[in-house]
Design a protein around this ligand. Sequence first.
Ligand SMILES: [Zn+2]
Length: 163
Amino acid sequence: MEKMKQAEVKMLRDEEWREEDGLMLKEGKVYVPKDEALRVEIIRLYHDTPMEGHGKQWKTAEIVTRNFWWPGVTREVKRYVEGCDTCQRNKNHTQQPAGKLMPNSIPDKAWTHILADFIPKLPLAQEYDSILVVVDQFTKMAYFVCQKCQLQARIKPTALYQR
Ligand SMILES: [Zn+2]
């Protein structure tokens, strides 16, 4: 029986190719004819199904080429996976996930929590050209301190305590 089956296998061109049950095999893998829809469907079956769960390019290519072959199969898998909408949306981000928003603690006394900001590049007035705004988060009181623009970067905390 085994011999009969072997006799049915037609050797074509060279050792790599043979025909079996109406399928063309190359090195034991099913040759998929030049049919774009069929090739895409095969990749889809080995990539999109819940069992395969959108494997990475190399993984999908490895599974597809276990059973199928056509010229440029790996390249086509790559293109397919790169274009896969689900994969794009679930891509592993190289950035750390953003931490939870941590609101500032709520002050219970005046002048323990302040916010400071500059209003820069104002028209020059008595050699000052910017304003340092300091707001107390508890009372919402604000101080406006005249500044020279070039001092902004080097403002000392003591400038605040003087007020
Ligand atoms: Zn995918």
